[in-house]
Design a protein around this ligand. Structure first.
Ligand code: SLL
Length: 170
C-alpha cells in the first residue's frame, strides 16, 4: 500500500442542526410531555455537483464515510447513535440544548483514523437585542425553524493511493 507523500486532499462538509417548536397537538401525541422541540442533527457534503448550485443536497459522503456516530446527552435512551449510510443524521425530540459529539469513521480502505466534531445543539432563536429569556413557544414558533450549521473541511494528508483514487474518481 502506497502513500502519496506530501499531498493533502480535502472534502468540504457542513454539520449542525435544525429545530422546530412542537405544536400542542404534537406534544400531546408524544410520551414525553416535557419535550418542546423536534430537531435533526446531520453531517452533509458541502460539495456541489459540478453542474449544480445545490450544496448539501446530494448527501454523497457515503463513498468515503463508513459510519457517523452521534453521541447525545445522557438524558436520552441509547445516547450513542450509529448511522451507517447516508443521510448521516439523527432526529429526536427534547427540551434542552447540549453538545453533540459527532464521530466520523472513514471506509476501511482509507486507513484513516476517525475524526470527532462537536456541535452545540441549538433550539432557541436567541436575539441579541431582545429579551435574554428563552423565547416563549408562541414567539419561537412565529420566528420559524432554527438553523445552526458550520462549514468545515476534512483533510487527508499523505493518503493511500487507492483511497486517493476513490476520492478523486467520485
Ligand atoms: C440543560 N445541559 O440542562 C442541558 C441538558 C438535556 C436535554 C439538556 C432529553 C429528552 C429526554 C433532553 O432534551 N435533554 O429525556 O428524552 O439544558
Amino acid at each position: 500500500r502506497i502513500r502519496v507523500r506530501g499531498l493533502t486532499i480535502h472534502r468540504p462538509v457542513i454539520y449542525g442542526n435544525t429545530a422546530t417548536v412542537l405544536t400542542p397537538k404534537e406534544r400531546e401525541s408524544l410520551n414525553f410531555p416535557d419535550h418542546t422541540h423536534r430537531w435533526t442533527v446531520a453531517v452533509r457534503s458541502a460539495a456541489s455537483a459540478p453542474d449544480s448550485d445545490i450544496v448539501g443536497g446530494a448527501d454523497d459522503l457515503g463513498y468515503f464515510v463508513k459510519r457517523v456516530t452521534f453521541k447525545l446527552h445522557d438524558t436520552y435512551t441509547n445516547p450513542t447513535r450509529h448511522v451507517d449510510k447516508p443521510p448521516f443524521e439523527v432526529s429526536e425530540t427534547g427540551w434542552g440544548e447540549f453538545e453533540i459529539q459527532i464521530r466520523i469513521t472513514f471506509i476501511t480502505e482509507s486507513g484513516e483514523k476517525p475524526i470527532t466534531l462537536y456541535h452545540h445543539l441549538k433550539l432557541h432563536p436567541w436575539s441579541v437585542t431582545g429579551d435574554p429569556e428563552i423565547p416563549s413557544p408562541e414567539n419561537a414558533m412565529r420566528m420559524g425553524p432554527v438553523h445552526s450549521w458550520q462549514y468545515d473541511e476534512i483533510v487527508f494528508s499523505d493518503p493511500f493511493q487507492s483511497f486517493l483514487n476513490i476520492l478523486t474518481d467520485h
